[in-house]
Design a protein around this ligand. Structure first.
Ligand code: HXC
Length: 521
């Protein structure tokens, strides 16, 4: 055998060893936990044969607590480039079979390398997290490694899409990096996100809680709003990432991929002419409206289980990707509260950063009042949504279906927040507040007088409410001032949005020169 052949054999053997991560036993344990290995995950996500791995032979340099004996090629992360649907992406997957995927200084260097490459080449970064956080044996160098990653997450924000999947127990730095990225996908039952695990919680606060209730997918998809998506299986998590990528561009200089649509842009949906109930207090399902107007009725929802009173997600109109923000009358009457506001704000900002037009479907009775909201800083969160809409320079089309009252009218993409096209259905009610609230404020003295004179107060109030409704509960008052560009037949909504988007294709709008705004937080 020639020397060259021998060296090639050695390379092949080293590669085989590296591919085993923490070893066969550790892989078996990982599978027994119901989890795939880092390499299996990457294979599942990317185009077949497209993965090119970097730093396969990198080793950690720690000699504390016997770590010099725990050496595995590549350390606890697999990283490289690949394609998904033919588009370049950079990926890294933490390898739980190597020291619980805990982050070493060298792992941080590997991760930073692919993040830097992604920035240079304008491609998304996708990370698969399964890690116990900072590697305890390394001390400060591990923390410094996390800080290097966080800084890159921050600098990449709004430049390239960053997507995190959480596929195992993630603690400490392993959750802060995902929190700095644009979207998080959590696998149900085997993945957790917390600052510290249940044992540390018990020691510090005395609270007895299991991992699922502390930071499982159910907690973060419904209560905290930390995660955008949940998946029943790892396969499903990968499908979610692929679908998400199909709606967004690879970087902030590009447009989202446009696909050929066979759905006619002038498709009329007669059900929309009947969808608004006669009783203004009766709900209807906004999903029906969304599915009636988007290409082929498709809608890819973001945060479907959190703050259901607002709906956010991606759809296409004539093949063009858009972000849809819609109030949901079937959940808490579509009222805006602190959670709905921050959910909406985050989504609008993502769309604006990545050149994705925003279509808003408005049916909102106002902001939810009360101490529960005030103590939760609804003022600041509401201001976030306002700020996000007002700051966004992408094409913005707002359709008012029914209620659009007070502050919530302004927030949800009104004309003065530089919305490009504002349409209203004939059922729109655009006013400072609803009829009963307005009459209660305006006519209390008169009502008292009617009572003193022995008159029928109820009849008086009904008459006043009718007067108010006649005057304000329609779109024409706003149309009279040009705040509504047109009152449209509901069944024509899809056509008006498609045509509007075509008109706005070359929209250019900017913000005053500044370092950055001070968004309320
Ligand atoms: C070094 C670690 C580790 C860590 C786990 N391991 N976490 N090694 N540093 N942070 C090792 C374990 O010792 C074990 O090694 C192997 O990984 C698997 O871990 P298990 O505990 O057996 O697995 P499991 O029961 O599934 O529990 C996983 C876990 C738990 C929930 C992640 O290991 C855990 O609570 N780890 C500590 C989490 C934490 O508090 N991290 C915070 C770090 S501070 P062996 O050799 O036995 O197989 C931090 C600060 C960053 O990250 C800054 C943020 C702003």
């Amino acid at each position: 055998m020639s020397k060259q052949t021998e060296k090639i054999k050695e390379l092949v053997a080293k590669r085989e060893q590296a591919r085993l991560g923490g070893g066969e036993k550790a892989i078996e344990k990982q599978h027994a936990r119901g989890k795939y290995t880092a390499r299996e995950r990457i294979e599942m996500l990317v185009d077949k044969g497209s993965f090119e791995e970097y730093d396969m032979f990198k080793l950690h340099r720690c000699h504390n607590f016997g770590m010099e004996k725990k050496q595995y090629f590549g350390d606890g992360v697999v990283s490289g480039s690949a394609t998904i649907d033919g588009r370049l992406v950079y990926v890294y997957a933490q390898d739980f079979t190597v020291n619980g995927g805990s982050l070493s200084e060298t792992m941080a260097q590997k991760i930073c390398k692919v993040m830097d490459m992604a920035m240079t080449n304008g491609a998304p970064v996708i990370c698969m997290n399964d890690s116990g956080g900072a590697r305890i044996q390394e001390g400060i160098t591990s923390l410094a490694g996390y800080a290097e990653i966080f800084e890159r997450n921050i600098l990449a924000s709004g430049v390239i899409p960053q997507i995190s999947s959480i596929l195992g127990p993630c603690a400490g730095g392993a959750v802060y990096s995902p929190a700095l990225t644009d979207f998080i996908i959590m696998k149900e039952e085997t993945s957790y996100m917390f600052l510290t695990g249940p044992k540390v919680v018990k020691t510090v606060t005395g609270e007895d809680i299991d991992a699922e209730h502390l930071g499982g997918a159910s907690v973060h998809s419904t209560k905290s709003g930390v995660t955008g998506f949940t998946a029943k299986t790892e396969e499903e998590a990968m499908e979610i990432i692929k679908t998400l990528l199909s709606y967004i561009p690879s970087n902030n200089r590009e447009e989202a991929p446009r696909i050929e649509s066979t759905d006619p842009i002038d498709r009329k949906e007669d059900i929309l002419n009947e969808i608004i109930p006669d009783d203004p207090n009766q709900a209807y399902d906004m999903y029906k409206v969304i599915r009636a107007i988007t290409d082929d009725g498709e809608f890819f929802e973001v945060q479907p289980k959190f703050a259901k009173n607002i709906i956010t997600g991606f759809a296409r109109f004539n093949g063009q990707s858009v972000g849809v923000v819609a109030n949901q009358p079937a959940a808490y009457a579509g009222v805006l509260d602190a959670n709905a506001s921050r959910k909406g704000a985050r989504f609008v900002r993502f769309c604006d950063a990545f050149n994705i037009p925003i279509v808003s479907l408005v049916d909102v009775p106002g902001f939810l009042p009360g101490t529960g909201q005030e103590y939760n800083a609804v003022i600041l969160h509401g201001a976030q949504l306002l700020y996000a809409y007002g700051e966004a320079t992408v094409p913005k089309i707002t359709i008012t279906l029914r209620k659009s009252y007070g502050g919530s009218h302004i927030v949800m993409g009104c004309k003065q927040l530089r919305s490009d096209l504002n349409f209203a259905w004939p059922s729109a009610e655009i006013a400072v507040m609803g009829a009963s609230g307005a009459v209660a404020v305006l006519c209390s003295k008169e009502a008292k007088q009617v009572k003193e004179e022995g008159g029928d107060v109820k009849e008086f109030l009904v008459q006043k409410e009718e007067e108010y409704t006649e005057k304000f509960a329609n779109p024409y008052e706003a149309a009279q001032y040009g705040y509504i560009d047109d009152v449209i037949e509901p069944r024509n909504t899809r056509f008006r949005i498609c045509r509007g988007l075509a008109q706005l294709a070359n929209k250019k709008q900017s913000l005053p020169a500044k370092k950055h705004g001070c968004m309320p937080m």
